[in-house]
Write a protein that binds this ligand. Structure first.
Ligand code: 1CP
Length: 357
């Protein structure tokens, strides 16, 4: 098919993509399904591909490799969406912070220690540094089956600030919290910069072919209620508002992981289309309190992919029986863990596909 044929049919196809339909409020049976971290270390073909790059950031920034990693789970399973293979740490990197991945460990960053260190970060370097990400998106779109939606993503300002201040992973992100408590004004400058960077990064992904975007606030759950609103909900609402103003047709999904009762305000006030629920969110509460306000996505515990198939199937069905009649997207409550057997993912998808209300 030529490019002109693709673009003239683009709107029609887009309407048919089940993830986009579900996020606009259609109740689909079965609901669309994709999985956070559906690409990655649990797939033997990923392990093989990963060995071709010296380090993880190089891997993310090599379009051929990022393309192939994105497509691997699509080839294996009949998923409704592909998620760009990249990482949330590309934004701090693009702003000029030092970011590296030590083999077998998580991300490492040159930690921000005070407001003075913000001077070393600039939005100007973002487009050039992240060009390989925007380059791969049209290639992914061209390689995907028509019915599969393409998801772009970014880390939320709070979660990025956590890693940027701590210099890497942490149990409680107490340095980031201390900064936010002690000096909300200077923390606000970092948060505002990250709002701007996130809007630019997601807009560029949309312009390059992303049809849905998800913002990961993986560490929302370490904040008390007042700060959850100030440093997670408010920046995410602003990001959503700005994306919607520029790209009203692109659904936005927010994932304020472990926000607890705070999920309610995200459902009612964020302006997003979809809300991704972690596994701790009770299903009945989600149905009664969240689903009337927003399309919910989730929330199977990733560890159920390590359990016996009968147990896995029963828990998948329980989620569907509770949430599957409303507008819903099936997903996990967090990412697929590396110890997962690929066959279990196939079993999960088959269980979703064969469900009837
Ligand atoms: O060695 C390797 O191959 C690196 C493992 C890995 C992978 C596969 C990392 C390092 N990142 C990724 C890809 C990735 N990260 C994707 C695309 C793949 C897909 O979803 O299919 C996405 C969406 C992310 C997002 C991401 N990265 C988040 C938000 C979601 C979440 O899991 O909470 C976070 C917090 C990160 C940081 C990060 N990058 C990598 C690791 C191991 C981590 C976690 C660090 C920690 O434990 O705090």
């Amino acid at each position: 098919m030529t490019d002109s044929q693709t673009s003239s049919l683009g709107t029609v196809k887009q309407e048919k993509r089940r993830l986009v339909r579900a996020l606009s409020g259609d109740c689909l049976t079965p609901p669309p399904v994709w999985l956070m971290r559906q690409a990655g270390r649990y797939l033997p073909e990923y392990q093989k591909l990963r060995a071709q790059a010296a380090n993880f950031l190089d891997f993310c920034f090599t379009p051929d490799l990022a393309l192939e990693a994105t497509l691997q789970p699509i080839r294996r399973y009949g998923l409704d969406a592909a998620i760009l293979f990249s990482d949330i740490m590309v934004v701090p990197y693009g702003l000029g912070q030092k970011v590296w991945f030590a083999e077998g460990e998580g991300p490492r960053l040159s930690a921000l220690e005070s407001e003075r260190d913000l001077a070393g970060l600039t939005l100007e370097s973002l487009p050039a540094a992240l060009a390989p990400v925007y380059q791969v998106l049209p290639q992914i779109r061209a390689a995907l089956p028509d019915e599969v939606a393409l998801i772009g993503f970014a880390g939320a300002p709070w979660t990025l600030a956590c890693y940027m201040i701590e210099g890497g992973a942490s149990k409680d992100f107490s340095k980031a919290k201390r900064w936010a408590f002690d000096a909300p004004e200077s923390f606000g400058k970092l948060s505002d910069l990250l709002v701007e960077a996130t809007v630019r990064h997601l807009s560029a992904q949309i312009e390059a072919g992303a049809e849905v975007v998800q913002v990961f606030d993986s560490w929302a759950g370490v904040l008390p209620a007042e700060e959850l609103r100030r440093w997670s909900l408010e920046p995410l609402r602003e990001i959503t508002r700005r994306l919607k103003a520029a790209h009203p047709e692109v659904p936005v999904i927010l994932f304020p992981r472990a926000a607890g009762l705070g999920y309610q305000a995200f459902a009612e006030e964020s302006g997003a289309d979809g809300l991704s629920l972690d596994s701790m969110v009770p299903l009945d509460w989600a149905r009664q309190s969240l689903q009337p306000h927003i399309v919910v996505q989730g929330n199977l515990d990733p560890a159920l992919l390590l359990a016996r198939e009968q147990v896995l199937e029963a828990r998948v069905r329980k989620i569907l029986d509770t949430l599957g009649r409303g507008p819903f997207v099936f997903n996990l409550g967090h990412g697929v863990v590396p110890a997962t057997a690929p066959d279990k993912v196939a079993c999960l998808i088959e269980t979703v596909r064969s469900w009837t209300p």
